[in-house]
Structure formats: C-alpha cells, structure tokens
Design a protein around this ligand. Structure first.
Ligand SMILES: Nc1nc2c(ncn2[C@@H]2O[C@H](COP(=O)(O)OP(=O)(O)OP(=O)(O)O)[C@@H](O)[C@H]2O)c(=O)[nH]1
Length: 757
C-alpha cells in the first residue's frame, strides 16, 4: 500500500515539474498539487480511519441525531438507508415505492398512503461500534411541533437539502428551530442524481441565506445521471458504492480530473475553519497544513460549538454517500456528554436557579417526556434521559403534577415496533408505558430535587375548521378521538361552540386538520362533515384608549362593588400576538389581593373579542387606579369589572383593527408559468419578495395572507399541468385591509342580531 502511494507521489512530482515548466501561470494549480503531495505523504504516517471518539463507555459512543429538512428533501429515504446499512432492517422500501410497502420510519397508514412524514419516528441503530438514536421528522410546516419536540431532546442534527431546490422555505424554519435549541448540525446535500443538481450553488445559498459558515468535505464524482460517487477532500480518496444497494464501499484514488477541484475545496475548508478555530487559524497564517487528525478534531470542535457546518454529498435514492454521512456523524456530532443541558429549580422564594445536568448514570435520575402517543397498550411516553439511569419498576416524581409514578415498562422504539429494556442510561432516548403525563413534563427520581427541564416551544394555531357529526350516535367516538389527538399534539386545539353545536378544531394548516379528520375516520370510525376552514383572525385597536368602569350590584344580601381605571395600549410589530397585563397602581385604592382577579378578567375578555368574535391580541392593559368597597368588593366583582371595562371600551371608544396571518410562500414551477403565477399572487394581495431560477424552473418567494391560500394546491396544480409545487409557513400577523375588515364586522354583527331574534 505504502509502495503504491510512494510511486503515485513520485509520478505527481514529475507531473508538477512538467506543469510548472509548460504553464508558468499555473502556479496555483501547482500549489494545490503540492498540498496534495504533502498530504499524500502525511497519510503514510497516519492511520486512515482516525478513531476520534475512542473506545470509551457507551455514552461517549452515543449520538442522538435528528434528520430535518424542507418537505420532500429525502429525510425518510436517507433514514431507510441508515437502517439498512446498519443492519437494522434487511430490505429497503421506497417512500411511495412500487411495492406499496413504504419506508420503515413512515409507519402510520396515512404516511404510507400520502408518501409524507406526519409523525416523527425514533429508532436506534449501531454503526461502527457506536449507538445512534435517530429521529426522522416531518418536513411539512403543519407538523412543525414534531420537529420542535425532536430538536428539543436531540444533541445534533443532519440537515438534508435537495441538490436542486437548495435552501427552501422550510429549511429556514428548521434552521431557526436548530438555533432555538442550539443544535450543532451537518448538512447532507441529497438528490445529486437529479437534473439540475448543483451542490456548489446549495452551499452558496447556505452561506448567503442561512448565514452558515459551511464548507464541503466532499466533491461529487459526476453529477445528475452521471453521479457515481464522492471524493473526500480530507482523506483524498474517492468512494464508490457497489452492490445491488450500494452496500459495498469501494475506495479508490481520486480521478485525475477532480484533483484540482479537491485541492481547491480543501483550501476552502481550511479557510472556513481558520476563521473560527485558533489552531487551524495559526497554521493557515503560517501557510502550514494540519495533519488529518488535527483537521478532523478542529472540524469536530467548530461544529459542536456551532461555528461551522460540514457539508457532505450524496443521493439517498441511488444509494450513494450514506455510509460516509454516518462516519461524519460519528466524527463530528457531539456525544451526550459534550452538550450542556440545564434544568430549572424554583426556590422557596420563587427565584429560579439553573443547574447543569450531569450525563452520569450514577447520579439521581432526571428525564423529559417530550412526546406522547396513545397506542394499543395505553399511553406511550417518549423520554430523554438527561441524568442518572431509568430503571424498570423505579419510582419517579412528575415535577409538574407532583404525582409519584412507578415505571411499569420501558422500551426502545424502532418506528412502530418496540423492544423491552430494563435500564436506560443518561443520554438515552427511550419510552415508557402506562404512565399518565403531558408532553413537556419532567420526571425525577425520589432523591432528586424537583427539577424542571425547559419545555418545548409551542406555536399558536393559525387556522380553524368547524366539524359536524354525520351521525349523532358517533359523538362518543368523536370526543375520544379529539381528546387523544389533543393529548398527543399541543398545536391541535378543540373547542365546542354551544350555540352552533359545532366542534371547532384549530391547527397549523389545512393539511394538519385534514389529517386529523382522516384519522378520526380511520382510527375511530367516526365520520364528520367539514365546514370551510376559517382563518384565525385577531382583534386589536389602532390607538391607546382610556377605560373606567364601576361594577356595582345591590341585590338584597352581600353586594358587588369594584371600580377599575386604566389604559389599553396597542402592541405593534412582533408583539402583536401578545396580550400583556401591567399593574401600575400605587397606594391601596385597590387592595393587592384583588389585582390577580383583575388580570383574570382581562384574560377572560381577550378570549373572545367584540368585533368579529375572535381572540384579542396585541393589547396591553395598564391598570392605573380603581376603588374598592370595604364590604361589597370581592375577587369576582373585580374580575367582572375588568372584563366589562375591556369589552365596553373596545366596543365604544376604540378604533377597531383586525389582524390576519400572513404566510411566507415558496412556489416552484416551470418558467413558462411564471407570469401567470405571479399575477395570481398579486391578485391574492401577495407581495413578491424574491425570484430565482434553475434548469427551466423558477422559484418565487412571496408573502400572502393565509385566507387567500385556501385551496391553492388545486389551483396551482391545474395552472401548471401538475408540475407546480408550493410550501408555506406562518410569518406574522398583519392588519387586514379596512374594506375586508368592515365586511367581516358587518357579517358578525348580523349573525349576532339574528341570534337575538
Ligand atoms: N432523484 C432522487 N429522488 C430522491 C432522493 N431521495 C429521495 N428522493 C425522492 O424524493 C421524494 C421524497 O422523499 P422522502 O424521503 O419522503 O422525503 P422527506 O423529506 O422524508 O419527505 P417529508 O417528510 O414528507 O417532508 C420521494 O419520492 C423519494 O423517492 C434522491 O437522492 N434522488
């Protein structure tokens, strides 16, 4: 082996001398070649597969990774390969494949029918003596809570990008979520076999649009239908994937025509690292090159501290690039010990202190229930163990409900299958059966302080839809189903409207609600008629107003008296989804014990506004003064006074404003349809914020009110002969045009009058 490489080295040297002689201007090429030669020689003295993580205990050899991305980037296809190459499954199936089996991680019937991921699925695989806990998450923004939950408990992630689509709208969402939970990640640019695939463009987009300090570790060997393998710029080796399913990795020298580009990428990698890593920075300045170990350890350091994003390449469908991706997960993603996790603990004075969790199996147990599923055997609670060891049969305290529970059964999940386990140590992701709790609850062992792990960010629903039972006899099934869905999914809400006798479901999008209606039918045999979906408007005011209200009742016995005075102030911009109560009272005109009741009254009022019957938001209530009666004042009287003050002043004094949800929409279709699509977007009150084009397709980024996007998938499909696609996500609430606002208010007032008759 060493002999062959030395012969290669001497051949290269002869070539470089010739090159320099023939083309004196090619100094740069020669420099790259020298780098290459230097590194070839360096490789002789180092082991090719550097074991960075070593053979320590299991925690050091564990990686908890999520696979996240924009819709259809290939997350599930990547996961299926990971399961296959790691020996978890013995045969692979495609998402919506001809065999109609579907991918392992899409185990729900609806996922297989629609070819999309709805619920995140967890599994565990072994790769090169390491244990990988893997969660495949959905791409559709409608199921964003699944991504939130997964990222909350994972230590790192693989961001999958489509080699053609690049950075797309949901890539931004996932990136924001990774930032929220400080998740280090590496990027896998997939679908390099597709026409128009261009990994360099995708990396440029990652830098420009996501602000990532990203650099490629691979160079593709061929592209589109000629994509045959990858060249690794660190080991300077080419890898091809042979066998029926790419399971045999063949290592070769880098093809001659790719050597320049590999050297160029190597230097780019060094440059990107030099900016964030001192060791590489110093070597870079001295024009020295790091050893392979040093380079890998600095990639690891920079990635874990979120200063660098390594980029690897492949095509999951064509079985290329997955094994090197897994190697990179081991090399560059953190083990549970390398991630700081904090728990909160409130002292007797209500002061909150933060405590760092120790990833040590011998410490007291602390775990977070991050996901709940109701299954055949009762409630299944997914748990991330942060400290200590979970043991079957042990007693735990739920620090929210203060209930003690016993762990009846603990399991490892493999998509919809499970394997019983006796213990799960710090860093593990497992599940327990038969425990009642909510998602976001913290469990501790009896000897531990009652810590609480920070909970999960739950976005507010933006769309609602009324359901009516087809058969009254199925009402029990309906409530059972909806109760279960609410328990599993905090972004899915249910209310019952007594007057219309309708059940109102709210969620993150049309698809989200559609899936639940279908699940009612499939899993609960409950049939409902859906009304048209309704936008979740918000009611607010345009300017500050003052309020003053006395609630007084004298009915024989104890009377009721409460007087409140203050201001309602509109909250603009990003704050327009908030409601804030601000107590500015001085002195004792209102005794302190009544202040919480006044806040409650305000919260009662914001539940349903007076203009169109929707929730109020973007308002701050400032309580300035008031009055109490020695005998007749009570909490109830102040609660009523506060609620009525808000309602009356909004109805009588304020200038009403209605807010509507605005979505970021990304549309992609063949260029010949661009003009027509842009026109329809403008008609829909949309604003175009960016356009891009590649390989005969254009990408249109725009902001459009949600109301206008109802049914758009059908419109787009028919407009583009089925070739157009779009995705959207919630952006912000903004004022509704006055004309539409007045129409809505008129309809609501008419409805109210009719009800009075
Ligand atoms: N050409 C090509 N197609 C791919 C590749 N990887 C995945 N696909 C196809 O892309 C489609 C979407 O793949 P999935 O794996 O379901 O993507 P996903 O990101 O899990 O999808 P969601 O979870 O629904 O967002 C499927 O039809 C796959 O067969 C690839 O490398 N090349």
């Amino acid at each position: 082996m060493i002999q062959i490489q030395l012969i290669q080295g001497v051949t290269y040297l002869a070539y470089y001398m010739k090159c320099l002689h023939t083309f004196p201007s090619c100094v740069n090429i020669v420099r790259y070649r020298w780098v290459h030669l230097y590194r070839q020689v360096e490789l002789y003295s180092t082991k090719q597969q550097t074991e960075l993580v070593g053979n320590g205990n299991l925690i050091e050899r564990t990686r908890n990774i999520g696979i996240s991305a924009h819709i259809d980037s290939g997350k599930t296809t990547v996961s299926e390969r990971i399961l296959f190459y790691s020996g978890r499954i013995s045969e692979m199936h495609e998402v919506k494949g001809k065999d109609h089996v579907g991918a392992t991680m899409d185990s729900m019937e609806l996922e297989r029918q629609r070819g999309i991921t709805i619920q995140s699925a967890a599994t565990q695989v072994e790769w090169k003596d390491h244990c990988l806990n893997l969660i495949d998450t959905p791409g559709h923004v409608d199921f964003t809570i699944e991504v939130e939950r997964a990222l909350r408990v994972l230590d790192s992630a693989v961001l999958v990008l489509c080699g053609v689509g690049g950075v797309q709208s949901q890539t931004h969402t996932v990136d924001r979520q990774m930032r929220r939970y400080q998740i280090p990640h590496l990027a896998f640019i997939n679908k390099l076999d597709r026409t128009g695939a261009d990994p360099d463009r995708v990396i440029k987009q990652m830098k420009a649009k996501l602000g990532h300090n990203a650099a490629a570790l691979h160079v593709p060997i061929g592209l589109e239908q000629n994509f045959t393998g990858i060249a690794d710029v660190i080991s300077m080796k080419a890898y091809y994937f042979d066998g029926a399913y790419g399971e045999v990795v063949r290592e070769e020298s880098i093809p001659y025509d790719l050597q320049d580009i590999c050297e160029a990428r190597y230097l780019e990698l060094l440059e990107a690292l030099a900016n964030v890593d001192e060791q590489i920075g110093e070597l870079f300045l001295e024009e020295k090159y790091p050893s392979q170990e040093l380079l890998k350890s600095s990639i690891r350091r920079a990635t874990i501290s979120r200063k660098f994003v390594p980029v690897v390449l492949g095509s999951a469908l064509k079985n290329k690039g997955i094994q090197p991706l897994l190697d990179c997960v081991l090399d560059y993603m953190p083990n549970p010990r390398e991630v700081d996790n904090w728990a909160r603990l409130e002292d007797d004075n209500g002061k909150v202190q933060k405590y760092k969790m120790e990833t040590d199996p011998s410490k007291s147990f602390v775990g977070l229930a991050f996901k709940i599923e109701m299954g055949r055997y009762g409630q299944l609670t997914y748990l991330r163990v942060y400290q200590g060891t979970l043991k079957k049969g042990m007693w735990l305290l739920n620090t929210r409900s203060k209930k003690r529970i016993r762990v009846p059964r603990s399991v490892l999940m493999h998509a919809d299958k499970m394997q019983d386990i006796q213990t799960a140590e710090s860093g593990a992701i497992c599940a327990m059966f038969g425990v009642e709790c909510r998602s976001g609850d913290t469990f501790v062992s009896e000897e531990s302080p009652p810590y609480s792990m920070e909970s999960i960010h739950v976005p507010e629903p933006v769309i609602s839809q009324a359901l009516k039972l087809k058969f009254e006899s199925e009402s029990k099934k309906l409530s059972r189903g909806l109760w279960r869905f609410q328990l599993e999914d905090p972004t899915f809400r249910v209310e019952y409207n007594e007057e219309s006798r309708e059940t109102i479901i709210s969620g993150m999008g049309e698809l989200h609600l559609d899936i639940y209606v279908q699940r009612l039918r499939n899993e609960f045999d409950c049939h409902v008629n859906k009304q048209n979906p309704q936008v979740a408007y918000r009611e607010t005011i345009s300017d500050s107003i003052e309020f003053s209200h006395i609630h007084k009742k004298q009915t024989g016995g104890a009377g009721q008296y409460a007087s409140v005075k203050g201001r309602l102030i509109p909250l603009l911009g990003e704050d327009n989804q908030k409601v804030i109560f601000d107590d500015r009272t001085i002195g004792n005109n209102i005794p302190r014990e009544f202040i919480p009741a006044i806040e409650k009254g305000f919260m009662d009022a914001v539940k349903q506004g007076v203009y169109i019957g929707q929730k109020i938001s973007g308002i701050k209530m400032m309580l300035d003064d008031g009055k109490a009666h020695l005998v007749d004042s009570s909490e109830l009287a102040f609660r009523i006074a506060s609620r009525t003050a808000v309602q009356n002043s909004m109805r009588e004094i304020a200038v009403p404003r209605i807010l509507e949800p605005i979505m970021t929409v990304e549309i992609s279709a063949p260029v010949e349809f661009q003009g027509e699509i842009q026109n329809t977007i403008t008609k829909k009150r949309g604003t175009i914020t960016g356009t891009d084009s590649t390989e005969g397709y254009f990408i249109l980024e725009c902001e459009v009110p949600l109301k206008e996007m109802f049914g758009y998938s059908t419109t787009l499909r028919s407009m583009t002969q089925g070739k157009g696609e779009y995705s959207m996500e919630f952006l912000r609430y903004d004022f509704l045009p006055i004309m539409i606002q007045e129409q809505l208010m008129a309809v609501y007032q008419k409805e109210l009058e009719e009800k009075k008759k």
